[in-house]
Design a protein around this ligand. Sequence first.
Ligand code: NAD
Ligand code: DAU
Length: 352
Amino acid sequence: MTKRVLVTGGCGFIGSHFIAGLLADHADIQVVNFDSLTYAAHPDTLAHLEEVGGGRYQFLKADITSAHVAEILSQYRIDSIVNFAAETHVDRSILDPGSFVRTNVVGVQNLLSAAREVKERKIRFVHVSTDEVYGSLSPDSPTSIETAVLDPNSPYAASKASADLLALASHRTYGQEVLITRCTNNFGPFQFPEKLLPLLISNALEDKAIPVYGDGMQVRDWIYVVDHCRAVDAVLQKGRPGQIYNISASQERPNLEVIRSVLDILGKPHSLIQFVGDRPAHDRRYGLNSSKIREDLGWAPSYTLDQGLALTVDWYLRNQEWWKKIRNKDFFQYYQANYREKFAQTEAGRVS
Ligand code: NAD
Ligand code: DAU
C-alpha cells in the first residue's frame, strides 16, 4: 500500500497538479516533493503546496542525478516514486540536447539504481513518459498502442524513449516494480509560458503576434492536466508492474484550430497569427490509443477540450502576475528572441 510518495519535478507544471491532487484524494498519503528548481520550476507553487499539504507535505531541493538519492529514500522511508522530473521543451532540446540526456536519461538511471539500493522495502517506481516516443503518425494511420515501435525524432523524445527502455530493462533484469505512463499534450494552469497554449494566451493578452510553426496543421492530442494526474494516480495505485499505460482524452486537433478557438474565447483577432519557420524534425501528428488504462484501471477523462480551454484561459486571465513575472525575466526574453534564429541555422546546416 502506497503511503510515502517521493514525487520528482513537483515544482513543475504537471508535478505540482499531481501533488495537490494526491494530497486531496488520499488522506493517508505523505508526499516528498523532490525538485532541483530549474528555470521551469515555479517557486510560487511551493507556497501553494505547503498550504494544501499541511503536515503531509515536504519539499527537498535536490537533483535526480545526485549521488544521495538512496539515502534520501531510506531517510524518508519512501515506498513509491513518481518521476515527473525532466527537461521538457522540445525547442530547447534542439539547441541543448546535453541537458536532456543528463536529466532525462542519466537522472532516470540514477533514480532506478537508487531505488534498488534500498533493501528495507521494494519501492514502486512510476515513470512518467510521453506520446512523443512513438514519433510522428501519418494522417490516416491508427493511433499508437503501447507496443508500437519507438521512433522518436527530437532529442527530447529520444531522451524520453531511452529512459523508458532503461526503466523496462530494470523491471525485466532485476524484477524492479516499474510502471510507465505515456501521455499526450497537457494544458492547464501553471504551465510555463514557452509551451504553445500559455505562450498563445499570454501573447494574445498583450496583443503580441502568435508564432505558428510551419503551416500550423500539425496535430496534437490534448488533455487537461487534471485528467493526466488522475490517470497517473490510477497507475500508481492499481497498475501492474512492467506495464506501459497510454493516457489520452482522444482529442486530436490541428494547432491552428486550437489557436483560433483560444483567440475566440479571448475575443482577440485571428490576425495575431504569424506563420514562422518550422521546428526542425517537427512531428506532424501524435495520437494515442488509451483503451488499456480505461479497461484495466477504469480511468476516463473528465474534461472536454472546450471545458479545459475555458478553465485555462480563465486562470491565465486571473493570474497575470504569475506569467508576467516569468516573461519579464532576461533569460526568457533572450531565449524567445534567439532560438528561432538558431533553428534557421540548424536547417541551413542540414541543407548544405
Ligand atoms: P516542467 O518543465 O513544467 O517541469 C519539470 C520540473 O522538473 C521542474 O520543476 C524542474 O525544476 C524539475 N527538474 C528538471 N530537472 C531536474 C533534475 N535534474 N532533478 C530534479 N528536478 C528536476 O514539466 P512538465 O510539463 O510538468 O512535465 C512533467 C513530466 O511529464 C515530464 O517527465 C514530461 O516529459 C512528462 N510529460 C509532459 C507532457 C506535457 O504536455 N507537458 C506530456 C506528457 C508527458
Ligand atoms: O506530446 C507530449 C509533449 O507535449 C510533452 O512530452 C512535452 O514535454 C511538451 O512540451 C509537449 O511537446 P510539444 O512539442 O507538442 O509542445 P509545444 O507546446 O512546444 O508545441 C505544441 C505544438 O505547437 C507543436 O506542434 C509545435 C507548435 N508550436 C509551439 C510553439 C511553442 C507553434 O506552432 N508555435 C510555438 O511558438
